[in-house]
Design a protein around this ligand. Structure first.
Ligand code: SF4
Ligand code: MG
Length: 336
């Protein structure tokens, strides 16, 4: 069965004055039609760079895809010429960014911005374009769309602006939407509304969505499957259900511990993961999490962990699950 989107062993480097940063180091995952996949991890883990690679937005130079590929609907898009990629972006793949202001043109009426791509790809009359813009505004839940289409971005609140950005992303009826921290810049109640909107649109339009976030709450709210990234690599992946119920990677355990449990009433103190991610100018040969991991063994620093499979596509790259490793119980018993 063919996936809508396949990322296969993707590697992205960035050249800097200090040397070459290996931002994405062999990332693989897929997205099927009609599902939402969350890429989750701390800042600098390579999640945004992975999203940029999917959209052909890696600035080259200094960035470069140095290995692997991105396949969309069976066609490799990671090495397409810019012009062809531009055709796919916008008509097949829509984008929603963290800060709606950077995605909007402040000097252009929102209605015009919403249908710009649509008009380019469909050759429609002015009236049709206007009708479409009104439809899109009401689809994303903006009240009074007939009046709102003639307004400028500054006349909208932050949450309403993000709705406009989503309308732009959807105007061409893309199959895939990539949302990079779409709610991070918004306050909590607005965040929830935008997540609800994305969820509703995903279901109604049978969209596939890749959502990039550092927030496990967002993952739980909206995603079907998740990809946990650390230091440019995928350390765990699986259905949201399986990973939340039974996380298999010590880094994921740390992320879960730092998740506030609202159901437990009192606001709990978050337990951050101590230490910082490795230097990606000169990444470790072994497990990237070894320096921060309470369970690290000798082999962890010497060799990259192999990936173990736990059923239903749940996988983790950690030596603890290798038959040669000591049992987790033994490590706990030994005081770790
Ligand atoms: Fe920890 Fe070793 Fe697993 Fe890495 S491979 S997460 S260091 S136990
Ligand atoms: Mg980012």
């Amino acid at each position: 069965i063919q996936h809508l989107l396949t990322i296969d062993n993707l590697r992205v480097n960035f050249k800097t004055y200090g040397g070459e940063v290996q931002a994405v180091r062999g990332v693989s995952f897929y997205v099927d039609k009609g599902e939402t996949v969350a890429i989750v991890g701390e800042s600098g883990c390579g999640k945004s760079v992975t999203a940029q690679a999917i959209m052909g937005l890696i600035p080259n130079p200094p960035g470069k895809i140095v290995g692997g590929k991105v396949v969309f609907e069976g066609a490799q898009i990671s090495h397409l010429p810019k012009k062809e990629l531009l055709g796919i972006r916008g008509t097949q793949i829509g984008m929603v960014f963290q800060d709606p202001m950077t995605a909007l043109n402040p000097t252009m009426k929102v209605g015009t911005q919403i249908v710009e791509g649509f008009v380019r790809s469909h050759q429609v009359s002015r009236e049709e374009a206007r009708k479409r813009a009104i439809e899109m505004l009401s689809l994303v839940g903006i009240p009074d769309p007939e009046k709102r289409i003639d307004q400028y971005p500054h006349q909208f609140s932050g949450g309403m602006r993000q709705r406009v950005v989503i309308a732009i992303a959807l105007a061409c009826q893309p199959k895939l939407v990539i949302a990079d921290e779409p709610t991070t810049a918004l306050d909590v109640t607005i965040q929830a509304q935008i997540l609800d909107l994305l969820k509703r649109l995903q279901e109604e339009q049978e969209l596939s969505v890749v959502i990039i976030t550092h927030d496990l709450g967002v993952v739980a709210e909206i995603a079907h499957r998740m990809v946990v990234m650390y230091a440019g690599m995928v350390v765990e992946t699986g259905t949201v259900e399986d990973v939340f119920a039974n996380p298999r990677h010590p880094y994921t355990w740390g992320l879960m511990r730092s998740l506030p449990r609202l159901d437990e009433g009192e606001k709990q103190r978050l337990i951050p993961i101590e230490g910082s991610p490795p230097d990606l100018f000169n990444p470790p040969v072994g497990c990237p999490f070894a320096a921060r991991c309470d369970f690290a063994m000798e082999i962890c620093e010497q060799q990259m962990p192999v990936t173990s499979e736990f059923g239903r596509g749940h996988q983790a790259a950690c030596w603890l699950h290798d038959p040669r490793a000591p049992r987790i119980e033994e490590l706990v018993a030994a005081g770790r």
